[in-house]
Write a protein that binds this ligand. Sequence first.
Ligand code: SF4
Ligand code: SF4
Length: 405
Amino acid sequence: MVYYNEIIEKSYEHKKEGDDSVFVTRASSYEDKELRRAVEAIVDAAGGWDEVSPPERPVLVKPNLMAAREPSRAVTTHPALIRVLGELLAARGRDVIIGDSPAGVARGIKRVWEITGAAEAARAAGARLVSFEAEGSVPRPVKSRFVEEVRVTRFCDEATVIGLAKLKTHFLTILTGAVKNCLGVIPGLAKAELHRRAPHPDDFAELLVDLIPALAPRFSFVDGVVGLEGDGPASGDARNFGLVVGGYNAAAVDAVLAHIVGFAPDDVPTVKLSIERGLTPRAPDIILLDAKYSDLVFDDVATPGSLWVKHLPRPLLRFAGRQFIIKPAVKADKCTGCERCVESCPVGAARMVDGVAEIDASKCIECLCCYETCADDAVYLKPSRVARLYYALRDFRHRRRRLRA
Ligand code: SF4
Ligand code: SF4
């Protein structure tokens, strides 16, 4: 369904901060030349480097380094894109800082940097890779029924922030892109506390939208070269979208990402709410740079199981919500007893028993912090019988579609 106001192909005025347009360009691989062209094209359309990153300030590049997973898993922002953006900024004289605070990062951020490739990317770009936990934080007021203030890395005050998110479908928030990426500027376990205060997925989406005015970067890029489809944030399948997306308005960027993966704006709670609050137009203008409209429409993306539940008639929703449960569980033989999951759990549902983690399903609010935190793949998502049936049907539909193609 095409619901966008305007598709501007060639002639457009160069944009500046405050504009809601979303820039989309192709990049079929993480090859250096392609990424440079893609980033330069977006920045040029957005008004140039001085508009995206004012010259007098350092710049904080904020990738999605959700967990210690290799780049091939498509769970984190690809290091080649981190490096290229860092190099291009450094070439214009910017002091480049790179940082993120994944869930449960209190221990082991260096491992995350090494395994995601961020450490090598920062070295190659001559950028400083920083731990938000070690560097101090500053308060930011928030208008929300859940919190009045959050503490963010001090670099939010001292530098221009550029988001570098990953395009993924997500079991809890349906989509993760520019808006959810903002959360990582909050150091340490304070993020888990936000899950505790807003345990229901709709409440959490509301909180994420409440946080946009306080946390949104000046400009957001999204790595959609290879994204993730299905039950992200970590266990979906890599999907080659071949796109890099950018924009000043993180909420507008996510509205376009939703369109790209084939979701209606109302399917994604953060997008729906952002539209209702006037944070983004329902149909932001898309500026296509070296891309055709057909390059950005994917109608066969595997959706997260939770989206299926949302489409049921209301009377069935309460019942199905209880039946369609996917809870984290622990594979005892893989658990190394590191206790990261226990530290990250906001409600005390994860605990250690005889040196092995255990999850109390009756207490679990399904925030997935333990799942994102476990570096040993010991936490997995265990579907209920109804959920398993749904996946079997979905896989069958996909196989049939592939056979026909
Ligand atoms: S499940 Fe085991 S290995 Fe994974 S984070 Fe928890 S304690 Fe560590
Ligand atoms: S056990 Fe449940 S509540 Fe605790 S971190 Fe994991 S998903 Fe969140």
